[in-house]
Design a protein around this ligand. Structure first.
Ligand code: PEP
Ligand code: MG
Length: 591
C-alpha cells in the first residue's frame, strides 16, 4: 500500500526509483554496477571474501584459550553459521546477479533486509542476533574493501541506462560521504535527519538531484527495493506509489526538466536588472573540479570554495601545504582569470575531522558542536595547519585572482590573530622566494556579533560575505542540522532581515564589496528581497544560477527598494513583503 512521508525539501525536481537502503555505518561502501561479463568475477570476489572471513573465524576459535568461556566459542560458531546461511550468502549473490550490484553494495543491501527481519522478531534472544549479523557483514565488508582499489567511488548511472533508476535512503549521511556520491548511480536522496541548511543538504543540493532530508521515519518505513518518488520541491516522499500517482509525478518530472532546459538558455546572458544594475552571480564549490560546473552555469567567479572538504574523510592523512596548493591552483586556473574566493577551513560542527556522526559528536565528544571549536576558532587553535593553509592559498594567488575568506569571526582578538597569521605567511613565502599575488582579505559575517560590529571589521577587511546559514542559526538559536527545530529556522524572521540589512548598508557605505554566500542567495524566492536590500553580489550552487538570473533579469531595483522601504517599517516585514510581491504579480518570463 502506498504511503507518504514528509520531510524538508532540499533539492528541486522529482526523482523516481527503487530504494537502496544504506545503514549509517555502510554509507561509504562502494556502490557501482557490474556489467554482464564481470558478474562471475564479482560473485567469485564475494565467495573469496566469505572464505577469508571463515578462515579468520576458525583461527580465532582455534586460538581461544582452553579456559575461555564456552560462550565465546559458541558465538564464533553462530557467526560461522550466519556467514554461510542462505539468507545472507545466496541472497547476496542474487542482488549481484539480478541487479548487477557490486559485491559490497549487494552485501549491504542484503544486510539491511536481514537486520530488519531480526528487528521484527518477537523473541528477544533472536532480536539481539542482529548485532551478530552486523559483525559478520562488517568483517566481510572489510575484506572486500581491501580487495578493491583505493577509495570506493560510485560509478555513473548512464552506463546502465536500461536499469531501474535508484534512490538512496539512509538515516543520516555525513557531508563528506554525500560528496562521494557526485556522479554516482543514485538519482535522488532521502535521509531521516538533517535541516535544510545542514551541510549534508548543502552538498545534496550541489549534486543537483532531488533530495529530501529530515524525513524522520523514512529509512524505517521504506524497504529495500521499494519504488519511491522523491518530490524535492515539496519535501514529500511517496513509497510504493499507485500507477495514477506515478503518472502524475512522471508528468511533473518532465515539466521540471523542460523548465530547467529553458532556464539554462539564460546561461550566457549578462546578469543585469531592468533598470541597468549589474548583479554578480558567483558559484559555491566544494572541490576544484566543481569549477567546470560553475563556468557552465555562467558564474563570473567563485564566491565560496568550502576548503574543508579537502580535509574530510582523510583520517590522519590530512592534505599538506603542497596538496592544498595544487587543489587551490587547479580551481584558480580552471576559472580562467575569474576571481576565486577560498575560505579557510570550517572544520567542526557537522563537519568534524574524524568520521563521527553528528549524533556521536553531540553525545560523546562535544557538548554543543555548533557553539564549539569551529571554523576560525579551530584554525587558530591549530596554528601549524592554519599557516600551511594560508601559505597554500597565497601561493595559488600567483596563478590568478584569489580572495581569502575567513569564516565565523566574532572577536577582535580573532581578527588581529588572523591578520597577524596572514602577514607571517606572506613573510615566510617571501623569505623562501615563493611567488604569490595580491590577495584580498574577507570576513564572513555569520554571527550576530560580527554583524553588529561591522565598522570595526570593515577597517581591517577588503570585503565581507554574509553566511546566512549560520547567521540565521546563531540569531535564532536554532541548530541548522536538527530537523526537530527546522520549522523555527526562519530566514524571514525580522531580526535576520535587520541584520542582513545592517551588514549590506555598512559595507555599501564604506565602499566595500559585500556578497551573500549562504543558501538564501541561491533560493530564487529571496532574490528580489536581497536586491531591495542593496545587494549586488550573490554566491550559490552552480545549478541555482539560472533561476536566480531569471529573477535578476526581470527585476527593477528602484521599484523593489521603494517596496521594501514601506514593508520594512511593519512588525513583520517578511510577510508584508511577500504579500506585496504577490499582489504586484510577477513580470513575464525572460527568454
Ligand atoms: C553560511 O553559514 O551561510 C555559509 C555559507 O557557510 P557554511 O554553510 O559552510 O557554514
Ligand atoms: Mg557558515
Amino acid at each position: 500500500m502506498s504511503i507518504q512521508v514528509f520531510g524538508l525539501a532540499v533539492s528541486r525536481g522529482v526523482a523516481i526509483g527503487r530504494a537502496v537502503l544504506v545503514a549509517n555505518t555502510r554509507v561509504d561502501v562502494a556502490h557501482y554496477r557490474v556489467d554482464d561479463a564481470a558478474l562471475p568475477a564479482e560473485i567469485e570476489r564475494l565467495r573469496h571474501a566469505r572464505n577469508t572471513v571463515a578462515d579468520e573465524l576458525q583461527s580465532l576459535k582455534r586460538e581461544l584459550r582452553p579456559d575461555a568461556p564456552h560462550e565465546l566459542s559458541a558465538l564464533l560458531d553462530v557467526h560461522l553459521m550466519l556467514l554461510h546461511d542462505d539468507s545472507l550468502a545466496e541472497a547476496t549473490v542474487q542482488w549481484i546477479k539480478s541487479r548487477h550490484y557490486n559485491a559490497e553494495w549487494a552485501l549491504s543491501a542484503q544486510t539491511e533486509v536481514v537486520v530488519r527481519q531480526f528487528e521484527q522478531m518477537d523473541d528477544e534472544y533472536l532480536r539481539e542476533r542482529k548485532a551478530d549479523i552486523e559483525q559478520v557483514t562488517d568483517r566481510l565488508q572489510r575484506v572486500l574493501a581491501k580487495q578493491s582499489s583505493g577509495i570506493p567511488m560510485p560509478r555513473a548511472a548512464h552506463a546502465f541506462s536500461g536499469e531501474d533508476p535508484l534512490v538512496l535512503v539512509a538515516n543520516d549521511i555525513a557531508p563528506a560521504d554525500m560528496l562521494q556520491f557526485k556522479g554516482s548511480v543514485f538519482t535522488g536522496f532521502i535521509t531521516d535527519v538533517g535541516g535544510r541548511t545542514s551541510h549534508t543538504a548543502i552538498v545534496a543540493r550541489s549534486l543537483d538531484i532531488p533530495a529530501v532530508v529530515g524525513a524522520r521515519e523514512a529509512s524505517r518505513l521504506i524497504r529495500q527495493d521499494d519504488w519511491v518518488i522523491i518530490d524535492g520541491d515539496h519535501g514529500v516522499v511517496v513509497v510504493d506509489p499507485s500507477p495514477i500517482v506515478l503518472d502524475e509525478y512522471r508528468f511533473r518530472q518532465r515539466e521540471s526538466e523542460l523548465e530547467r532546459a529553458r532556464l539554462n538558455r539564460l546561461r550566457h546572458r549578462p546578469s543585469v536588472t531592468l533598470d541597468g544594475q549589474k548583479v554578480e552571480l558567483l558559484a559555491n564549490i566544494e572541490q576544484p573540479g566543481d569549477a567546470v560546473a560553475a563556468l557552465d552555469a555562467g558564474a563570473v567567479g567563485v564566491g565560496l570554495f568550502r576548503s574543508e572538504f579537502l580535509f574530510l574523510h582523510r583520517g590522519d592523512a590530512l592534505p599538506d601545504e603542497f596538496e592544498q596548493f595544487v587543489a587551490y591552483r587547479d580551481a584558480v586556473q580552471a576559472m580562467n582569470g575569474l576571481p576565486v574566493t577560498i575560505r579557510t577551513v570550517d572544520i567542526g560542527a557537522d563537519k568534524p575531522l574524524e568520521r563521527l556522526t553528528l549524533h556521536e559528536l553531540r553525545h560523546e565528544h562535544v557538548l554543543n558542536p555548533a557553539l564549539g571549536l569551529r571554523a576560525i576558532r579551530w584554525s587558530l587553535s591549530e596554528p601549524r595547519m592554519f599557516m600551511q593553509q594560508l601559505r597554500a592559498i597565497l601561493r595559488a594567488s600567483a596563478f590568478g585572482k584569489v580572495r581569502l575568506l575567513i569564516p565565523m569571526l566574532a572577536h577582535f582578538s580573532e581578527v588581529t590573530a588572523t591578520l597577524d597569521a596572514v602577514a607571517r605567511a606572506k613573510q615566510q613565502l617571501a623569505d623562501a622566494g615563493q611567488a604569490f599575488g595580491p590577495v584580498e582579505l574577507g570576513a564572513m559575517i555569520e554571527i550576530p556579533a560580527a554583524a553588529m560590529t561591522m565598522p570595526l571589521l570593515l577597517k581591517h577587511f577588503d570585503f565581507v560575505s554574509i553566511g546566512t546559514n549560520d547567521l540565521i542559526q546563531y540569531t535564532l538559536a536554532i541548530d541548522r542540522a536538527d530537523e526537530a527545530v527546522a520549522h523555527l529556522y526562519d530566514p524571514w524572521h525580522p531580526a535576520v532581515l535587520r541584520l542582513v540589512q545592517m551588514v549590506i548598508d555598512a559595507a555599501n557605505s564604506a565602499g566595500k564589496h559585500v556578497s551573500v554566500c549562504g543558501e538564501m542567495a541561491g533560493d530564487a524566492s529571496f532574490t528580489e528581497l536581497l536586491l531591495a536590500l542593496g545587494l549586488r553580489s550573490l554566491s550559490m550552487h552552480p545549478s541555482q544560477i539560472p533561476a536566480v538570473k531569471q529573477r535578476v533579469l526581470r527585476a527593477d531595483t528602484a521599484r523593489l527598494r521603494a517596496a521594501w522601504a514601506s514593508a520594512s517599517t511593519s512588525d513583520d516585514p517578511g510577510s508584508v513583503w511577500r504579500q506585496q510581491q504577490e499582489a504586484s504579480g510577477r513580470p513575464g518570463r525572460v527568454h
